[in-house]
Write a protein that binds this ligand. Structure first.
Ligand code: COA
Length: 158
């Protein structure tokens, strides 16, 4: 498997199967593929976002997306993980964990000190992934959990 930056221009319709698991119908006004693509278009900024894609068997099997927080920050201190998703046929094979470790490496390389991320409180797999890759809960709000991962200078062991 390889994980690398997906250089813009990005056509998110190439990863519709991933967007379907990331944004199921009925969550946050999502209803159908066009709605998923619209949501990505609304939140994606070519200048600010980094999209990392995992490829195996000549197909995209997972991706992550992060950007500085706040978006207009003039220093790279805090990165916000907007998305992490693995193709349903490839889940539970360590790809989510590999995308997280890759995220830590990339963010550290860019000078970030910590990463925030958000999961729904009923998203068991995402919660388990965050717990097992060193994130801690910093607060809960409505139906969401907000997580933080600090980046040590020495590198990752997990
Ligand atoms: C969350 C997600 C990215 C995990 O990807 P994955 O490749 O299956 O995760 P991994 O195989 O690397 O699993 C890492 C650890 O997370 C936990 N985990 C992952 N999926 C789990 C599940 N369905 N049930 C329980 N624990 C799970 C386990 O601790 C696992 O380690 P283990 O397999 O050694 O037990 C994947 O389930 C997904 O794409 N979900 C839909 C999109 C989504 O909800 N993204 C998160 C938005 S914040």
């Amino acid at each position: 498997m390889t994980i690398e930056t997906w250089e813009p221009p990005i056509d998110f319709s190439e990863i519709l199967e991933l967007l379907r698991v990331l944004m199921p119908d009925g969550k946050h006004h999502i209803d159908g593929d066009q709605s998923r693509l619209d949501s990505m278009a609304e939140t994606y900024d070519e200048e600010l976002d980094t999209v990392r894609v995992a490829r195996r068997d000549d197909r995209i099997v997972g991706f992550s997306r992060f950007k500085p927080n706040p978006p207009d920050a003039d220093a790279t201190v805090l990165a916000y993980l907007w998305d992490v998703a693995v193709h349903p046929e490839y889940q539970r094979q360590g790809i989510g964990r590999a995308l997280m470790v890759d995220l830590f490496t990339e963010c550290r390389r860019s000078g970030y000190k910590r990463i925030w991320s958000r999961t729904y409180e009923d998203n068991g797999p995402a919660i388990a992934l965050h717990r097992t890759t060193g994130f801690s809960i910093i607060f809960t709000k409505d139906d969401s959990i907000v997580w933080e991962r600090t980046l040590d200078a020495a590198g990752e062991t997990q």
